[in-house]
Design a protein around this ligand. Structure first.
Ligand code: PGA
Length: 246
């Protein structure tokens, strides 16, 4: 059985004043699932002091190298040092804004796990892919390319995030989510064997308190990666409650 997880992705949002939201999430006990907030790197250290291990914290990207002459980049060890236990990798916004390829994401995942972090690897089709009937082909290729050989399955989470559902208020149908999650589960099992059943598969893209319960009822959905609705504790906790109470 895969662990169940609700992960928030603050993206490029959040100043010191917003740490009150982290404190509020950490103060609410969530039985039955893990809770993760992926903060801007600038807030991790202060966030960790507030969270005190009651929720997990993560970064949103890391460099593939352990250290070096890479101005402006952050290594996985730096994230861990600041209090992160997880890192989001290969989010579609990074694939689009920073031309990240599957191979780059795989190298980052290797670096993240090498520093002891859980790699939350994101994949998902564009609207063009879906309209062309290429969704399963695209996510299978991303899965093959973005998850490195020798990956530690115990420190891997996959997030299926259709690009067209992110920040748009549009979500796939439950049948569409089930189809992709089933394919991801089968793809993992074909490559890694029975242990792949333990890898949490998150759905992401316009998850809100109003649709979370229906999404969590879809087979092979073990939780969510939440963007906009993770910025306010009350909204995020309502989503956590929908999974914890399932
Ligand atoms: P959203 O973002 O919930 O705002 O659609 C999800 C994500 O990009 O992780």
């Amino acid at each position: 059985m895969a662990r169940r997880l609700v992960a928030g992705n603050w993206k490029m949002h959040g100043l010191g004043a917003d740490l009150a939201e982290v404190a509020a999430v950490a103060a609410a006990p969530a039985a039955g699932c893990e809770v993760l907030l992926c903060l801007p790197a600038t807030l991790l250290h202060r966030g960790a002091a507030l969270a005190q291990g009651r929720i997990a914290l993560g970064g949103q990207d890391c460099h593939r190298a352990g250290q070096g002459a890479h101005t402006g980049d952050i290594s996985a060890a730096m994230l861990a040092d600041a209090g992160a236990t997880h890192v989001i990798l290969g989010h579609s916004e990074r694939r689009a804004d920073h031309a990240e390829t599957d191979a780059m994401v795989a190298a980052k995942a290797q670096a993240a796990q090498g520093a002891g972090l859980v790699a939350v690897v994101c994949l998902g089709e564009t609207l063009g892919d879906r309209d062309a009937g290429r969704t399963l082909e695209v996510v299978a290729a991303q899965l093959a390319g973005s998850v490195p050989e020798g990956v530690d399955l115990a420190r891997l989470v996959l997030a299926y995030e259709p690009v067209w559902a992110i920040g748009t208020g549009r979500t796939p149908t439950e049948a569409q989510i089930a189809e992709v999650h089933g394919a991801l589960r089968a793809g993992l099992a074909a490559r890694f064997g029975a242990a792949a059943a333990d890898v949490p598969l998150l759905y992401g893209g316009s998850v809100k308190p109003g649709n979370a319960a229906a999404i969590f009822a879809v087979p092979d959905v073990d939780g969510a990666l939440v963007g906009g609705a993770s910025l306010k504790a009350a909204e995020f906790l309502a989503i956590v409650g929908a999974l914890a109470g399932r």
